[in-house]
Ligand binder design. Structure first.
Ligand code: SF4
Length: 319
């Protein structure tokens, strides 16, 4: 069970007062659903206002339903779990970041051997572990390992990575000979390894040892992309996936459609808020191109091969 800190509740009180909010929506990622009612009840009773829980799936800080909620008379949104991403919203929006507790020191100390081939390590993590970067730096520095933390372009905090923003790794590429990623899942570390060509070590908070993303895993990824590219080349009917989610919406969909048509593709623009496989069931398509969150390519299985639009560009599949 998760709860907000007293500091977070105070922030919310100030936000409500400052914006004179009487009707407030509360939005949180799926993982917090089991705790959201307690949080909502506390905000409602502490502030004597009307509150509602926004139950659409929420995948990231880019997913702010301000327009729809404004239409319904909502005067503010409290978005829990991510750092600020969208600066301009139709109704005031407060981001409450979520940090997870951990002590990485024992794992770091018992895994120092893995750092031996490297002198300079770039540190990258997700918002949930960002507060641990100082302590991790200290432990590594005191064991003779130099550390570097980059400033991201889109993400809010130094060292922070997003699926759609790997700049935090790229900006320090020339200073480091490997990266240490602190977090769960393989999407971010694989992305960094591919984007920088540097080794990536993985400190998973759920494990007690550090592992290195190995070459065979990267080769497998490259092979997957090569297969998709060949299927893209053969495909005629393309479904161009476009989301209406504020921070993910690719407004260049007409231009993209025209580019695809120029190389002989028959393009169907498919619009949805939450893009998911069942929404395209029944449509006759050979291939899907995703212009929304890049994680869709990794996290979801579709009947058709799917590739992110930025890969079409980086792989030079279109002029
Ligand atoms: S586009 Fe995807 S990766 Fe980027 S913030 Fe949104 S949910 Fe996260």
């Amino acid at each position: 069970m998760f709860n907000l800190s007293a500091k977070d509740y105070n922030k919310i009180v100030k936000f409500i007062k400052k914006n004179n909010i009487q009707i407030l929506a509360i939005q949180a990622p799926e993982g917090l659903k089991t705790s959201i009612q307690e949080i909502e009840l506390k905000i409602r009773s502490n502030n004597n206002i009307l509150t509602a829980i926004y139950i659409e799936p929420c995948y990231g800080a880019c997913d702010i339903p301000d327009l729809n909620l404004k239409e319904l008379g909502f005067q503010g949104i409290v978005h829990i779990g991510h750092s600020q991403y969208i600066n301009s919203t139709e109704i005031p929006t407060l981001y409450i970041e979520l940090y997870l507790e951990n002590n990485f020191e024992p794992t770091l100390k018992s895994s120092l051997n893995i750092f031996k081939p490297y002198k300079n390590i770039g540190l990258i993590t997700t918002i949930q572990y960002i507060k641990h970067l100082d302590a991790i730096e200290k432990t590594l520095n005191s064991n003779g390992i130099k550390t570097h933390i980059g400033k991201p372009k889109i993400a809010k905090q130094d060292g922070q990575i997003l699926g759609c923003d790997q700049s935090v790794a790229i900006v320090i590429k020339d200073k480091v000979d490997a990266y240490l990623y602190i977090g769960t899942g393989r999407f971010h570390p694989l992305g960094v390894a591919k984007a920088t060509g540097r080794p990536v070590l993985l400190l998973n908070p759920e494990n007690t040892k550090i592992e290195e993303i190995d070459k065979t895993e990267l080769d497998k990824e490259e092979k997957k992309t090569a297969i998709k590219i060949s299927k893209f080349n053969d495909a005629i009917r393309i479904g161009l996936l476009v989301t209406t989610k504020k921070g993910q919406a690719n407004r260049n969909y007409i231009e993209i459609k025209e580019k695809l048509e120029k190389i002989g593709k028959e393009v169907y623009i498919l619009i949805a808020d939450n893009i998911s496989p069942e929404k395209i069931e029944g449509l006759k398509l050979d291939f899907l191109i995703n212009t929304a969150c890049p994680r869709i390519e990794e996290d979801t299985i579709y009947s058709q091969p799917l590739i992110n639009w930025d890969k079409i560009i980086t792989e030079d599949l279109i002029s």
